[in-house]
Write a protein that binds this ligand. Sequence first.
Ligand SMILES: [Zn+2]
Ligand SMILES: [Zn+2]
Length: 418
Amino acid sequence: MLKLFRFVLIFVSFCVSNNLYSQKLSISIYNSIPLSTILVTPTQGQYNLIIGDSTYNLKVNQILYLSRLGDSIVVRTANQILGTWKRVTIIGKTGNDVIRVKPIVPATPARLYDDNLSFYVDINKILAINLIDQEKYIAAVVEAEGGYHRNPEFYKVQAMLVRTYTLSHSNRHQSEGFNLCDEVHCQAYKGRSDNNSDILDAVLDTKGLIIVDSANHPITAAFHANCGGETANSGDVWVKPLPYLVSVHDKYCTSSPSARWQRTVPTKEWFKMLADFGVDTSTVLKRDDVDFDPSDRPVYYTVKGVKIPVKEIRKRFMLRSAWFSVSLGRKEVRLNGRGYGHGVGLCQDGAMVMADKGFSYDEIVKYYYKGVKIVDSGTLDSLQLSTDTLEIPREEPMGPMPKPDFMDQDHRNHKPNR
Ligand SMILES: [Zn+2]
Ligand SMILES: [Zn+2]
């Protein structure tokens, strides 16, 4: 048993350190849930359950319960207890294996996963690791973030963004023994790609391809829903300027529904904000002092000589974007905004329109990221891949990947962008 345990450990660490070459990734699933009892059921393919020195065949639809007992896991079927182990491994045999995971305690919705699973206790919870083919994982993330019914060329772009992020962040949880978690901390991963064959095709069509800068380092592949007609400089939004994250004029996204937004804010609150930023509001005597109508994407909103960063105003009022005009009324301030999201990097609405107009993934990527190259990740060494990228704050109120009906939602509790 010890031998096997070691083998599994080596296998996992191999995946952590060499995922690029082994093309397997280890992802901690239900990462924030204190898993205590889990129901596991193969739904497709053929699985082996490996516990201790024993290997069991698992049939499709066979039920397996895993429950934490101290630092071990009790394994039982529908009618018998198989025993208690430190580690439980479930390995797919056909390359086309799917397994359902349903946390019972605490009760959490079930999800389907491709490939292999491994379970062990970490302090006081079961850690569930999905050992998955890298491209299947990328397809699942594209789907979790990218929604449905998009143009195949757009999916290729999205697949490269996800792959670029995945490869440059695969050491993120190395000290914990896996590559990435399934949360917004890394990338939202909600189980296998849901039968959307267009996404998997796009991922396989771009297999291994990532986006790099002029020094062959993976780029910070920031993207957002809609730029409103002009993307933002990374230095204006996140302090750090990057040569490929520079403002571009975007004529493709301006007819999309999320290109424009309106909001009103009580005048009192607006003045409170002005005062908080150091404006002496007693000197504001006329509308012109407050009104604002930028034709280009602004960085500051200036009132009485005080420069207020628009990104701070966006944060304070949870605005869809940091590009808006201001029109003062007696009771309310009217804001007319453009775009949705932080505005840095690739504009998804624009990229979708470009794809529909027949532009290739290469042309789309190079339209939004300046001076970049698309290369096969296999040609880069691990040092180039592990280069520091700009860590983008992921707690923004609006996510990068609105589903088609997102206009109805004011604040999406979704992962923000890169
Ligand atoms: Zn993470
Ligand atoms: Zn745009």
